[in-house]
Design a protein around this ligand. Structure first.
Ligand code: NAG
Ligand code: NAG
Length: 752
């Protein structure tokens, strides 16, 4: 049925009568005021153009509608199919704000003549919701662009006349939107970087494509096609249930992003997969009680949260959700900036953190304990937290400790200037030599740590590499520290055997100093170091000479490759690796993807979304090692799982590549704050037999703890696409209901 067009007066009356209610109409645990939620937000550094701006051109029939609910008290609306609006702007992104309700409908949004999306302003709500973000795009190149919003005239409710309106456009201009000439090639306009080289000869490249929609503070690859991104509660453009989202799924194939609902504030949580393939997100932040708006966002206290994300491997990542019910599942104690790793029984070890959100840790707020999920009884602990003196002795700069399960089942923990090998069964610590030269490697003097590849040829000898951080004294106050104090270029390596420990830390220098680096293991066994700052310290709003709110400055924008097998002195190279025009410092991330390139996202040294210098960065970059351009081997079999010591015959197509054939099992890690928890690479025993590789599963669960991993075949240092596999039997981690009950009974939830 087709509806008859409304008279202008009737259209106007719809706007005059409809009033919106609160976004969720309910009071939440820790807030006392609920107001109407309106996503309209003009981050510092962006420009808002009201619907009355002469730069906005309305074509065909539009009327001006007035209400105090509108930005500037007015909007322009049309119910004519085919009516459209155009707006030419100079920037890197655009947002369209307008109203949503059952009378609003679809609009086709074009940028520079290309149809980008069919946006949907239809919402099944009784009341009109105004100042809603209907469309956004942030990954345009810096320059002039034209947006066109075209009223399709329909909506999903009924076929008939649908309204669209324009309340305002907000233009974003990342990084000042003044790109140096040298970056021309970066956006694919020309390719001066190919000078003197065959265009098809494999080389490094970097491109920008896609937006994360929520700031990428935490990032984890959950399947061959999707990455889960978790942020804190803030004014992200991606919305869910009528309020900004703070988690999203990013599709690696289509670059589409979809919001994920989270109940509690996940700011500064850690996370890991369990042995059964579920992911847990652990700890977080109390409800934020400033203008970021507890009432608006409806989040609950996340300090003791254990959020569960069940395996979600379907190519479309359907029905993926984060389950969060603090009454049923939670930590014993509050943890902000904790590290979580997976153990050999498929359970999680949760290390340290602070009991209260803040900045640098101190004795008052420190949580110098570990606990397990599911809770364990270790020497009579009955699921209660176990004190670790190491976490007292490493104050103040000891948040987000760097930790790895070692091939003998013990756990390496690095914090501040120290390292320890922890035996969780005996609850004993073995202290290791201090990191040389006063270098601190954990928050807020964040360095990066990686367990070098484990290989049967060296009998799985473990070796840790730590790079970057700072020598700033962690007893100084924020007002005394400057954003200009240099980071360290030091990398330190320690072999974790008796001989290695006796020989002590081996020191090397990166070509550039960095704090907050991301160390990303490649299937070739090399490590790419990206992101970070040349000076200052993690966090925002704490130190002298802040840039915007950033405690750090001098973004380091050239990635460096580290080849652990090369002779000392020859391990680093920046040769032919392109620089990025995008600063990525605090709250930035990077990960290897199943396809073998490196996804780089985030940077947000801000309390809430901002676009002043070092603003909130939603653009994604992709760093392609030269092997991405080579002919690549291929795993042609479907493989779902691999057992310990189990022989598996995997069909492969080597595409006539000759050279050494290796098979690597990788954990791509849970990335946040420069910590790549669980990041791991194990060489599996492998023999090529015609078109098959006989692969033997890892020798035991210390070398690769049970849970998900990615399997790559590497021929002549060129890896295949990585296949997701379950290592072990996929069984649940051990649960002792009595221990869980004891812990729940004897501890209190911060979220009430
Ligand atoms: C300890 O840290 C908390 C949280 O950042 C802060 O509120 C408190 O003032 C600090 N205490 C001292 C003694 O520095
Ligand atoms: C995995 O184990 C955890 C902890 O017992 C449980 O909460 C979760 O539901 C399990 N996942 C699956 C898919 O069964």
């Amino acid at each position: 049925m087709l509806l008859r067009p409304l008279s202008h007066l009737a259209l106007w009356a719809i706007y005059a009568s409809a009033r919106e209610s609160a976004w969720n109409g309910a009071y939440t645990a820790n807030s006392n005021a609920v107001g109407p939620f309106r996503p309209y937000y003009v981050p510092q550094g962006t420009t808002s153009y009201d619907s009355t701006s002469p730069l906005i051109r309305y074509h065909k029939k539009w009327i001006k509608v007035r209400s105090n609910d509108f930005i500037g008290h007015s909007a322009r609306a049309t119910q004519q199919a085919g009516a459209y609006v155009t707006f030419t702007f100079y920037g890197t992104g655009i947002e369209w704000f307008g109203s949503m309700d059952p009378r609003h409908g679809f609009a086709d949004v074009y940028i520079d003549g290309d149809l980008i999306e069919r946006a949907n302003a239809w919402r099944d709500t009784p009341r009109r919701m105004s100042q809603q973000l209907i469309f956004w795009k942030y990954d345009l190149h810096c320059g002039p662009h034209k947006i066109k919003v075209y009223n399709v005239g329909t909506h999903p409710g009924v076929t008939g006349l649908a309204i669209i309106d324009v309340d305002a456009f907000v233009v974003t201009r990342y990084g000042g939107c003044k790109l140096p000439q040298a970056y021309g090639h970066y956006f694919g306009s020309s390719s001066p970087s190919l000078k003197g080289r065959q265009a098809n000869e494999p080389h490094w490249s970097l491109n920008q494509l896609g937006s994360t929609g929520v700031a990428a503070m935490q990032l984890v690859v959950i399947s061959e096609s999707h990455v889960l991104i978790i942020d804190k509660v803030e004014h992200n453009p991606l919305t869910i249930d009528g309020h900004p989202a703070w988690a999203a799924l990013y599709n690696l194939k289509t670059h589409a992003v979809r919001p994920i609902h989270i109940r509690s504030n996940s700011f500064c949580a850690g996370g890991t997969f369990l042995g059964n393939g579920s992911l847990i997100s652990v700890g977080g932040n109390p409800v934020v009680e400033d203008y970021t708006g507890a009432a608006d966002f409806g989040d609950i206290d996340g300090m003791q949260s254990v959020r569960i994300f069940d395996p979600c491997d379907s190519p479309k990542a359907k029905n993926c959700r984060l389950y969060d019910d603090p009454k049923r599942i939670r930590l014993a104690t509050p943890r902000w900036y904790n590290t979580v790793i997976r153990l050999d029984d498929g359970s999680a070890l949760i290390i340290g953190g602070s009991k209260k959100g803040g900045w640098i840790n101190n004795a008052t707020v420190n949580n110098p304990t570990i606990e397990y999920f599911p809770p364990k009884d270790v020497r009579g602990s009955k699921g209660m937290p176990i004190r670790l003196p190491f976490l007292v002795d490493t104050l103040n700069s000891n948040l987000f400790p760097i930790a790895f399960l070692l091939p003998d089942g013990k756990v390496l923990i690095v914090a501040n200037q120290d390292a320890v090998i922890y035996d969780r069964h005996d609850n004993t610590e073995r202290r290791l030599p201090k990191i040389p030269n006063g270098v601190r490697v954990t928050y807020p003097m964040a360095g990066g740590g990686v367990l070098l590849p484990l290989s049967p040829e060296t009998d799985y000898k473990a070796e840790i590499l730590l790079c970057g951080g700072s020598t700033i004294d962690d007893e100084r106050r924020g007002y005394d520290i400057s954003s200009q104090e240099p980071a360290t270029s030091q990398c330190s390596r320690l072999v974790l055997t008796e001989d290695g420990i006796r020989a002590g830390w081996q020191i090397e220098e990166m070509p550039q100093a960095r704090t907050m680096p991301d160390l990303v293991l490649l299937p070739t066994g090399d490590i790419v170091i990206v992101n970070g700052a040349g000076s200052g310290i993690s966090g925002y709003g704490n130190v002298k000479g802040q840039v915007g709110s950033s405690n750090a400055d001098l973004p380091v924008t050239t990635p460096v490759l580290y080849r652990p097998q090369a002779p000392a002195g020859l391990r680093f190279t920046e040769a032919n690796i392109p620089s990025s025009p995008i600063p990525r410092m605090y709250h930035s991330v990077a990960t290897l993807t199943p396809s073998g390139d490196i996804m780089i996202a985030g940077s947000n040294p801000n309390l809430d979304r901002s676009e002043v210098k070092y603003g909130t960065e939603y653009r994604v970059e992709w760093l392609h090692p030269p092997y991405m351009m080579s002919k690549r081997p291929e795993i042609t079999d479907k493989i779902k799982s691999i057992g310990y010591k189990q022989d598996l015959f995997i069909k492969v197509n080597l595409h006539e590549i000759v050279g050494e054939v290796r098979v690597v099992l990788m954990d791509l890690g849970f990335v946040t704050h420069a910590v790549h928890a669980n990041s791991r690479m194990v060489y599996l025993e492998a023999v090529l037999q015609n078109d098959q590789v006989k692969v033997t599963g890892p020798p035991n669960s210390f070398i690769y703890p049970p849970g998900p991993g990615f399997l790559y075949i590497v021929v002549d240092s060129v890896p295949s696409f990585g296949k997701k596999v379950m290592v072990g039997d996929g069984g649940d981690p051990p649960v002792d209901p009595k221990v869980t009950e004891y812990m729940m009974h004897h501890t209190k939830a911060s979220s009430g």
